[in-house]
Design a protein around this ligand. Structure first.
Ligand code: BTN
Length: 331
């Protein structure tokens, strides 16, 4: 998205009508250029009405993300931990962007602890297990945080659970008290997915390890663009029954992610375990664990202190480090 199109969107963000002439004057472009840019936004999935004699308006006002406002909503500790924040209109994936930064070698190691990135839209949002994360413009939160841990991958097994707790704390703070977690880190409300977390590692197995922690949180998800999402999903505004201020939400989320990364580096999963277990929607339930090698049936007995899933079967308890859990339906 070029600078002109971004300026145009900024002018339309209030949700009111703006004539082509007015938009042209404010951007220093012709009405035809404005019209073309509006068309390209519409083809990118931005919902813009065009009414003869009135001009253009967004289907609903958007609170665009803004770097300074997100930072204003961080706590003092959050601001101290944050090394850098990028806010983009569009990226292929915020996770991929931060991984590229790690690979480029352009950023010193000191800046790799607390480097964050937000985007209004992702063209190739990544989900767990190679899935796509549908990422329409301007409604949801797509946030990634880079953190360089001194330890290796083997000690980072519980990190995704710690990040799930960071998202739960964020939701609590904005007033959504009943979100649950599905092992390892799906955030659900009433059985529908509200947020997903994807961790991507780069570094030596023995450490240090740079980890990109990506969170996708549905805030106001446009239904027509979410039709390709395969699992039942929901968004925050549906449960809050009111508009959610996205800059404030992004600041609170980032603060909790930074604080959780720092606490995990110091103390591992221990400070998060009780909160995670209290929100475990599968505890005590009969489930199926899907792994590449096959399916395993069992009853969920929680997680161990490394974040591994505990399943009981035939009087024995087994632990699993990977796989996808679903509820076991009656035979
Ligand atoms: C899941 O499948 O549950 C994980 C979804 C993770 C999506 C987020 S959105 C921000 C970050 N960038 C990505 O490409 N993916 C993660």
């Amino acid at each position: 998205m070029n600078e002109f199109t971004q300026t145009l969107l900024g002018l339309l963000a209030d949700g009111h009508f703006h004539s082509g002439t007015e938009l042209g004057e404010q951007t220093g472009r012709t009405r035809t250029a404005v019209w073309k840019a509006i068309q390209s936004l519409q083809s990118d999935g931005v919902d813009i009405y065009s009414v003869r004699g009135k001009g253009y308006r967004l289907a609903a006002a958007i609170e665009l993300l803004n770097c300074e406002t997100v930072i204003e909503n961080l706590t003092k500790a959050g601001r101290e931990r944050l090394q850098n924040l990028e806010v983009h209109y569009e990226l292929d994936s915020t996770n991929a962007h931060l991984l590229d930064i790690v690979k480029s070698g352009d950023v010193p190691n000191s800046a790799k602890k607390g480097y964050a990135c937000l985007a209004e839209r992702q063209t190739e949002g990544r989900g767990r297990r190679g899935r796509q994360w549908v990422s329409p413009f301007g409604g949801n939160i797509y946030c990634s945080l880079l953190w360089r841990f001194p330890m290796g991958a083997a000690q980072l097994g519980g990190l995704s659970l710690a990040m799930a707790v960071a998202v739960i704390r964020t939701l609590n703070e904005v007033g959504l008290k009943d979100a649950g977690v599905k092992w390892p880190n799906d955030i659900v409300v009433d059985g529908r997915k509200l947020a997903g977390i994807l961790l991507e590692l780069s570094g030596e197995t023995a450490g240090p390890c740079s980890v990109v922690m990506g969170v996708g949180l549905n805030v106001r998800a446009p239904h027509q663009e979410m039709t390709s999402v395969e699992q039942p999903w929901t968004d925050l505004e549906t449960h809050m029954g009111q508009l959610v201020a996205r800059n404030k939400l992004a600041g609170i989320l980032l603060g909790h992610l930074l604080s959780a990364a720092s606490a995990y580096e110091r103390d591992g999963l221990a400070p998060f375990l009780d909160e995670w277990q209290a929100r475990d929607v599968y505890l005590g339930r009969e489930v199926v664990l899907h792994q590449p090698q096959g399916r395993i049936h069992g009853t969920v007995r929680g997680v161990d202190d490394s974040g591994a899933l505990l399943l009981s079967k035939g009087g024995e308890v087994y632990r699993f480090h990977s796989g996808e859990v679903s509820v076991r339906l009656p035979d």
